[in-house]
Write a protein that binds this ligand. Structure first.
Ligand code: EPU
Length: 335
């Protein structure tokens, strides 16, 4: 065990050296991940690298291939569906930066947004509300539902994000992917463009591996009067304000079980307000778990486990987490 940790540490040292040379100024050791998640909780990543273009991802892929040890990789977008343990993440966290690049189109820019004739192409790091608002402003409709989802384009592709009766599978045309740790059988090199059908999108799932990064995605938009788009945006925002809590949370904790709603089930079990340490089940929506100022990531993870247990005991339904738990003991990661 201690040997494995030492080897991992040596692998991280080696990777850090390679990356400091390949991506100068964008690599750092022991970086707190808390500020990169909406929960604002959790410990450090052993190594963090900031990426903003396809070339950065290629450099990362080469570096990971050159290191002897297997280094765990965590791709971080907007951190809106992520809970990191206090002990942190013992590998390489890859931050996909999404600052919007205005003006000229840079191929593979992770923060780029190109609005075309019925097609919107967006970098994997673009925040979904930005995608929705920018498309709406030029009369490209169908993407308005994204205004209420605080994730990134890459996250939306990876988990078929949705809401308000729509999901990514309905509007996505294709995605451009780079695998940071490609399988041995993969043909050498770079990005692949895959059509939506190849992503096998289902309810809050896709066939993407955790090391596959979405460089950019193309969406089908419907030419729509901008005023109508604006009204739809306002409707989504108002609905969420009325039905979902604010504060420190990560949206829905559980996926909805077939034919039912996780929020309804947790509520029906009388669990609104149930607390573990500084975390509690929201009074406003029972599938949202809030973290107070004194909460730890373990409080939230224990609450997830406790609610899973109680709902199963009372109803026989085993809820499956939508929230991604990273770095916890296995009983908390998969309660
Ligand atoms: N309900 C209760 N008690 C509660 C919460 C909800 O009885 O505390 C009932 C509601 O009255 C309603 C039903 O449960 O009859 C469904 O609730 P809601 O309309 O809020 O939708 P949801 O299924 O809980 C889903 C998505 C949300 C998305 C909304 C709006 C999942 C897991 N969640 O919520 O997505 O915003 O629909 O379209 O699919 C997310 O994925 O992070 C997320 C927030």
């Amino acid at each position: 065990m201690i040997g494995a940790v030492r080897e991992r540490r040596a692998g991280i040292d080696e990777l850090a050296l390679i990356l400091e040379h390949a991506l100068p100024g964008r690599v750092a050791r022991d970086v707190p991940l808390s500020s990169l998640t909406t929960y604002r909780l959790g410990g450090p990543a052993a190594l963090l690298v900031k990426t903003s273009a396809e070339d950065d991802l290629e450099a990362l892929r080469e570096a990971l291939g050159a290191v002897r040890e297997d280094i765990p990789v965590l791709v971080v977008g907007r951190g809106s569906n992520l809970l990191v343990a206090e002990s942190g993440f013992p590998g390489l966290a890859v931050l996909i930066e999404g600052g919007l690049i205005e003006g000229g189109v840079v191929r593979g820019g992770l923060g780029e947004l190109a609005l075309g004739d019925g097609v919107v192409r967006a970098g994997g790091g673009v925040p979904l509300p930005v995608l929705a608002r920018r498309a709406a402003a030029v009369g490209l409709g169908s993407l308005e539902f994204y205004v209420g989802i605080p994730g990134s384009v890459g996250g939306a592709v990876a988990m078929n994000a949705g809401g308000h009766g729509r999901d990514t599978a309905e509007v996505l045309l294709s995605a451009r992917l780079v695998d940071l740790v490609p399988p041995a059988t993969a043909s050498p090199g770079s990005a692949v463009e895959v059509g939506v059908d190849a992503l096998d999108l289902g309810y809050r799932r896709s066939c993407l591996r955790p090391t596959q990064v979405v460089v950019e995605a193309s969406f089908r938009a419907t030419p729509t009067p901008p005023q109508l788009c604006a009204a739809r945006l306002a409707e989504v925002v108002a609905w969420r304000r009325a039905h979902q809590p604010r504060g420190s949370n990560a949206g829905s904790v559980f996926k909805n079980p077939p034919g039912d709603s996780a929020g309804r089930l947790v509520d029906a079990c009388g669990l609104k307000g149930l607390a573990v340490g500084g975390a509690w089940v929201s009074e406003r929506h029972a599938n949202f778990f809030q973290a107070g100022p004194d909460a730890t990531a373990t409080d939230v993870a224990r609450l997830v486990a406790e609610v899973t247990r109680r709902v199963e005991e009372a109803t026989g339904v085993r809820l499956e987490a939508e929230l991604r738990l990273v770095g916890f003991a296995s009983d908390l990661e998969a309660p």
